[in-house]
Design a protein around this ligand. Sequence first.
Ligand code: NAD
Length: 320
Amino acid sequence: MPEHQSVSPSKVAVVGAGSVGATIAYACLLRGVAKQIALFDVNRAKVDAEVLDLNHGLQFVPAATLEGSDDVEICRGAHVVVITAGAKQKPGQSRMDLATANVAICRSLLPKLQAVAPDALLLLVTNPVDVITYVTLKLTGLPPARVLGSGTVLDSSRFRFLIASRLKVAVQNVHAYIAGEHGDSEVPLWSSASVANIPLDEWSVAGHGKLTERDRTEIFLDVKNAAAQVISGKGATNYAIGLATAKILEALLRDENRVLPVSSLLSGYRGIDDVCLSVPCVVNRSGVGSQLPIPMSPEEEAGVRASADTIRKAVRSLGF
Ligand code: NAD
C-alpha cells in the first residue's frame, strides 16, 4: 500500500478555519495524515462551509472523517492541536506586527484547548510563529518537547525550490535549511547546503551551472520576500504551508524521526538559551527530539544568534 494510504488512527484538531487552517485540513485529507480531523473556528458560517466543501470530497481520499464547529468541544481528545487562528499579514505588515493581537488570542484559546485535549502536542502556525510558540510554552507550562512551531519548514522548502530551479535538479535532491526566525532575521545555511551529497560550494556541473554570489543573494531575498509576494497577489499564503504542516503532522503521528527545521525551545544550543526558533530537529511521536548540531560558518552562527536576540526582544516586549 502506498505510504499515503496508511491512515494514522489519530485525531488532529485544526484551530482556525481560514485560508491556512482549511488548507491544512485539505492536505491532511489528501495525504491520509489522520483518521479524524476536526476544524474549530469562532466564525460559524466559515467553519460550516469549509467542512461541507471538504466532506464533499471524502470519496476521493483515504478513509477519514472531518467535522467542524464553533464549539471548542470539537477538539476533544485530539492527539495534535494545530493552531492557525489569528490575524494575518496585510500587504506591508511584518509578521512581528501581528504579535500583540495573536498573543491575546492564545491567552483566551489555550486554557480551553488544554481542557479538552490535555495530552495533545501543540503545533503552532499562527504568526509570528516563534513568538507564539514561546508564549504557548509559557502559558501552558507544557514540557518543551510537546510544543513546536512550523518554524522555517516552509522557508526551507522555498529555499530548496529556488536552488533546485536554478541548478535544474529535482527539489527532493537539494538539502538546505533556513534557520532562526520564521521572518525577517532568518538565516540561510549555505555552508551545509548540498545537492545529491555534493556540497553546494563545490557544485559546478555542465548544463546545471553553479551558484554565483549574486544568485545566492537573489535566492535568499526571494525566500524572505516570498510571503509578501504571494500575499500581494492573492491575499494569503496557504498551499505550501498546508503541505508543510501536513508533513510535520505525519512526522509526529507516524513517529517518523523525520528531520525538520521546526521552531522549538533552545536551551544551551550553541550557547543560545530561552528562545524558540528553528534549527533542524528530529520530530517524532513525542514531539521535538534532538536539535541537531548542523555545521554553521561563523557568519551563519552569528546570524542565528542575532535572530535569537530579535525574537527574545519581541517576546520580552510582550511581557514574557
Ligand atoms: P485567516 O484570516 O484566513 O484565518 C484566520 C481564522 O482564525 C479566521 O477564520 C478566524 O475566524 C479564526 N479565529 C480568530 N480568532 C479565533 C479564535 N479565538 N478561535 C478560533 N478561531 C479564531 O488567516 P490565515 O491566512 O488562515 O492565516 C492564519 C495565521 O497563519 C496568520 O497568523 C498567518 O500569518 C499565519 N501563517 C503562518 C505561516 C507559517 O509559515 N507559520 C504561513 C502562512 C500563514
